[in-house]
Each structure stands twice: as C-alpha cells, then as structure tokens.
Design a protein around this ligand. Structure first.
Ligand SMILES: Cc1ncc(COP(=O)(O)O)c(C=O)c1O
Length: 385
C-alpha cells in the first residue's frame, strides 16, 4: 500500500479538518501543517479499535506507557534518553510552552525568538505584557543562527529563549555549533530554554537532529524539550504532547498546580501516539523518502518556472519558505494565489521579516503538488499580462 494513500482530491475534499474545509471552491490547500496522507495503519487501527469496542470510558493504559515509548523512540532515533521522571504529558505542545512562559516570566521580561517563526510563538512571547526579543536568522547563510546577534539582543530582563528545532518555517536543522551558541548564551545569562522539537523526525537525508538536552548537563538542566507525534504521523487533531522538564523550577511550578488544572488527555490520542512510537518506523521511512522527493520536485520546478522566487532547500519538515517579493504581487501574495486556486500560509504571520513570503506545505501527492505549482505559475503569468 503506497504511503501517500489518501492524498486524492475526492477524499481530501470530504474531510472535516480545517485544511481542506476553510476555503470554498476549487482551492488546493497547501497551508496549515497537516499532511494529506492517511496516518500510519497502527494509529488508524488503534482508534478504530476504540470506536468498534465502544471503548470510550476512562483509560490509563496507553497514557502510562507513553513516557517509556517516547524515551525509547528518542533513544533509537536521536541518541537521547529522556529521564522518565522528568516527562509530563500535555494536550498540546503550545500548552506546555504557554504555561512554561507564564510560570517563568513576569510582565516586562524578554523572550528571544529566532525569526521568522511559527506564529503562535509570537503570540506567546507577547502575551500578558511579556516582551518579544527578535533575533532574526541569517538569510544570506541559508537561515543560520548568528551567535553575535543572539548575544547582542540579550538585556537584563531577558528570561527565555524559545526555539523550534527543526525550525518552522525555514526547515533549518540547527547544527552542534549553533546549539552550543544557544547553550553558551543561556548559561551565561541564566536563561530558560524552551526547545520545541516537534519536527525532529521529519529530516531530509544528510541532516541530523541533535536534541538540545544532549548538548551538555548544564544546558539540559535549564531546558524544557517539548514534542508530540502529531507532525510526524499526521495526528494533529488527537491532541497529545509530551514535555521533558529539565528545569527544576518550572517542573516544580507545574507540579504545584491542582492535578486537574490542565485537563486529562484523550484515550484516542494516547493510543494512536503509542501505536506510532512503537510501530510507526516503517511508515515514517517511506513518508520521509516521499517528502524529500516532493521537496526536490518543488525546487527543480521553481528553478525552471519561477526562478525569481527565493528558496533555500529545507533540511527538515515538509514546509517550504518562499520569497515571493521579486514577483511584485502584493505584500501578502497569498490572497492573490488563493484567487488562483492555491491556499498558502502568509509569510507576514511569521513576523515582519515574512512580508511578501509564503509557506508552502508539500505533504501531499506528487500530482497535487504539480497542480499547486501549475496554478502558482499561471497566477504569475496572469499578473504579468
Ligand atoms: C513548531 C511547532 N510547534 C507546535 C506545533 C503545534 O503542535 P500541536 O498542535 O501538535 O501541539 C506546530 C504545528 O505546526 C509547530 O510547527
């Protein structure tokens, strides 16, 4: 069975999820970070089993097995063995991030972001009178982190570095020297590091993900690593995430909350996540191969047919960060592309540096990706006419 099964327009248009529901008419959805493929068979079996048994009662079986399944997955794939007693479950990655920021910062405190960046990070960093400290990645070097820029942006009220690695939207995978630069600054200025590693398993060949907590014991003790199976295995609606609380102060703040303050996790989310972390490897291998083919296909076609568009090959994720400014369409080219039948994410949502950029989600079939590119090319031709 092809791993891209399910990425056909008839099925996609019948789905209830936001990706294919939001736009009316003949619009191809290449925006929000959901894949078009069916999730791995073990995840579908897990949820189908629950439905067929009518097994909707309280359950703790899968929940109690998830920390070990996550630790073992991390050890097999990234050489990091999280400590089981530091793992906490959440309904989603952003819940863990928002609450960590809430516990660790006061109004006026600064939170460093490597921009352009995933829009909810911007909202989280600006919430409740906190201060977003903008540390742009360096476009000229292919979105590398600039250690001097990082050092220069820290002030005496900076409290947190909030990062995602691999990085959304650029697809960069930070190398050891970049992670050591973050660690060095965090240790010198006594900062908390929130390391969202949700994209760590969707690597293109030649890239290696290094968990922040592996850089050394000192940084591990000031890092909260957050992850989930949702991006890797296309389970975003099932709301299950996990965090490794390396920072004792933040862990204590979480543990001091009443036990039901964050709500419980859903059984389907726990069971599907467990199925993926224990039986999802072969599916993932095939999906990664397909996603790399998609990235390369996009790169070749853009170079031939829309050579003005700026594009640095992503090292991970299925997201593609495209500079459409040279096309001179509009400050938000997504509205124009939507009129021409392609829904992309507006770059301006990712911070001021994203004006005129778009993010293209290529986690679909090669046929649909070709149609997306065909429509973008036709839109540009129409704009020039
Ligand atoms: C960097 C990053 N973190 C968190 C999320 C949200 O993940 P979830 O909804 O599974 O918590 C996303 C979704 O695209 C993301 O790109």
């Amino acid at each position: 069975m092809a791993v891209t099964q399910g990425a056909d327009l008839e099925r996609l248009r019948s789905l209830h999820g936001i990706k294919w529901q939001r736009d009316e008419g003949d619009v191809l959805a290449a925006w929000v970070a959901d894949m078009d493929f069916l999730p791995p068979p073990p995840a579908i079996e897990a949820v189908r089993g629950i439905a067929e048994r009518g097994d909707f009662g309280y359950s703790r079986a899968a929940l109690s097995q998830l920390p070990e399944a996550f630790a073992s997955w991390q050890e097999r794939h990234h050489g990091w063995r999280p400590e089981l007693d530091k793992l906490r479950m959440f309904a989603d990655v952003l819940q863990a991030i928002d609450l960590s920021l809430w516990f660790h910062t006061e109004p006026g405190d600064g939170i460093v972001l490597f921009t352009p960046v995933y829009p909810p990070f911007i909202r989280a960093a600006e919430h409740g009178g906190r201060r977003l400290i903008d540390c742009p990645l360096d476009r000229a070097s292919g979105w590398r982190l600039d250690p001097d820029r990082l050092e220069a942006c820290i002030d005496d009220r900076t409290k947190v570095i909030l990062t995602c690695n691999p990085h959304n939207p650029t697809g960069r995978v930070f190398d050891r020297s970049e992670l050591e630069a973050i660690a060095e600054v965090a240790e010198r200025h006594d900062l908390l590091v929130l390391s969202d590693e949700i994209w760590a398993d969707l690597l293109h060949p030649g890239s290696t993900h290094i968990p922040m907590a592996l850089i050394g014991p000192e940084i591990a003790a000031r890092t909260i690593t957050i992850s989930a199976a949702s991006k890797t295995f296309s389970l975003a609606g099932l709301r299950t995430a996990i965090a490794h609380m390396g920072h004792v102060g933040v862990a204590d703040a979480f543990d001091a909350m009443p036990s039901h303050a964050f709500g419980g996790l859903s059984t389907p989310g726990c069971e599907a996540t467990l199925a993926c972390w224990t039986q999802g490897e072969s599916w993932l291998t095939e999906v990664r191969q397909h996603l790399t083919e998609q990235r390369n296909r996009l790169a070749v076609r853009l170079a031939q047919e829309l050579p003005e568009v700026g594009f640095v090959l992503p090292e991970a994720t299925y997201l593609n960060w495209l500079d459409c400014n040279p096309l001179r369409l509009d400050s938000d080219p997504t509205a124009y592309f939507t009129e021409h039948g392609v829904a992309l994410s507006p770059g301006s949502d990712f911070g001021p540096l994203g004006a005129g950029w778009v993010r293209l989600n290529a986690a679909t079939s090669s046929e649909i990706l070709d149609q997306i590119i065909d429509r973008m090319v036709a839109a540009v031709v129409a704009a020039r006419a």
